[in-house]
Design a protein around this ligand. Sequence first.
Ligand code: TYD
Length: 220
Amino acid sequence: MAGQFITFEGGEGAGKTTQAKMLADALEAVGVETILTREPGGTFGAESIRKLVLEGTDDRWSGMTELLLMYAARLDHVEKLIKPALERGAWVISDRFSDSSLAYQGYARDLGADTVRQVHDVVMGGFAPDLTLVFDMDVFLSLKRVEQRASEQDESLSRFDKAGQAFHRTIREAFLDIARRDPERVKIVDADGSKPAVHARILGKLTEKYPEFAGRLSGA
Ligand code: TYD
């Protein structure tokens, strides 16, 4: 089978990063070369842009500037890492991709989803993930997890983590709407549960799309 591009999306604190790693390990265990990456970031250039967009005060960038920075990072990531990997038959799992721009810069920052879709078409053409998993959970619970993680790891909160509950509720609704509009590609995963329970839900979505993995992936 050709390389497949899978993206993990959702609000903060839903456990995407841990689950992306667990899925990459499960695929590797059945012999699929898997590249695990993230956005904004994933290449040297895109990681430099990541610092610009995640650090500083909430009003550091206008909505359009922020969107263009995200797409500058994304284009570098797609051209230098994602497409070459897919072309040689590897699978790529990205912790966030273009649906984050739709949700954060489009739905939540007043640019509007249509503007973000237009920028996407200009920069990316028809390039899109084969499968997107949206991690959905209660906003209050997920923000508690973010604060707990920041204090345990002595990390500072990013510009987006600090944006408040109303913003994060908008983000949740945005991802649910994105999934409603594109149900073939975008699947919702209930992210409230233990790590193994959520991992099993993800393997379930994966084997729905790729039935050849049924019974082969651990936990499936
Ligand atoms: P990160 O610390 O990686 O958050 P998380 O663990 O929740 O993924 O920070 C990424 C932040 O960048 C997150 O708040 C969402 C935001 N973001 C956008 O606003 N637009 C985008 O296109 C992308 C990829 C991320």
